[in-house]
Design a protein around this ligand. Structure first.
Ligand code: CA
Ligand code: CA
Length: 295
């Protein structure tokens, strides 16, 4: 199976990035991912203010997908996530919503083995591995890997995990898929500014979804389709996600706007993905009992 190594990375999603490799539609392949610090924090002596921030937030790739054109929609299936044996969580002055209360930088190394993250001797957490950064090249410009958007990027959505699919509109031929920022565990919001940051590798497969139009990323879980939106404010992001959700219901179920709006309200949950990136991300989860398929 093809392996895309973590020696080839991007720091911004851009149509100018040349693919480092190509895969076929419906071909399974591995991508090796650095942690978000590019491996610079290995011990509790390695502090966040002392690392080289220019090599942070690298995404592996991009990978070109043969047979995919601008205007298509792709579905990226995450078949498997393998984690390195240790993760890290840092705090430092200014980091995250409570950063003003932090006086000294502090690094916590968190061993990961046998399905658990060893947060402390008393506290072990079941792993909830997820991919923080996953996206395709935008139509124009450069979007730094810490920014989420219609192209994907730093979505930090805990449902971007093994067994689920992420749908993206394609803006350039080949799509140019890149991924990074694995987390061993993270809750909705990413409340301190980081998950349990960790390196590892992910096994992916990309297929094309004919006849579908999307404004931005949609995550498919076992039970729901989740419409993601990112914006500067919570209300803007929520309005976008709700609007895309209503549009999906209108199209798929042939409803008029008022009925799709009512049906979304009666059945679907608005959830916060993350509040710590340059744009915040929310998702509206439409149950598959209501919307069994996207088309
Ligand atoms: Ca992230
Ligand atoms: Ca992260």
């Amino acid at each position: 199976m093809r392996v895309i190594g973590s020696d080839r990375v991007i720091y911004a999603f851009s149509p100018k990035n040349e693919p480092v490799d190509w895969v076929d539609l419906n071909e399974e392949f591995w991508m090796e991912l650095r942690d978000c610090y590019s491996g610079q924090i290995k011990t509790e002596k390695d502090l966040r203010p002392n690392i080289d921030t220019s090599i942070m937030d690298a995404a592996t790739g991009p990978v070109g997908i043969r047979g995919v054109r601008h205007g298509d929609v792709i579905a990226v299936t995450i078949h498997e996530i393998e984690l390195a044996p240790q993760g890290v969580m840092v705090t430092a002055p200014g980091l995250g919503p409570l950063g003003e209360f932090i006086r000294e930088p502090n690094t916590k190394i968190i061993p990961v083995r046998q399905g658990l993250a060893y947060f402390s001797d008393q506290i072990q957490l079941p792993l909830t591995p997820m991919v923080g950064v996953l996206g395709v090249a935008p139509a124009e410009g450069e979007i730094h890997c810490v920014v989420p958007g219609k192209h994907g990027g730093n979505l930090d959505t805990k449902d971007i995990t093994a067994g689920n699919k992420v749908y993206f509109p394609v803006f350039v031929d080949g799509a140019n898929l890149a991924a990074g920022d694995l987390h061993a565990c993270m809750g909705d919001g990413e409340l301190s500014g980081t998950g349990i940051e960790i390196a590892g590798r992910i096994r992916l497969e990309v297929c094309k979804v004919p006849g579908l139009y999307l404004h931005g990323p949609v995550v498919e879980t076992e039970t729901a389709f989740m419409v993601l939106a990112s914006a500067e404010t919570f209300s803007q992001a929520a309005q976008e996600a709700i609007s895309f959700g209503v549009e999906l219901l209108q199209r798929s179920l042939s409803l008029d706007f008022p009925d799709a709006y009512r049906l979304l309200s009666a059945t679907s949950d608005l959830r916060v993905s993350q509040i710590v990136n340059p744009l915040l991300t929310v998702r509206v989860a439409i149950p598959k009992k209501i919307l069994p398929a996207l088309i």
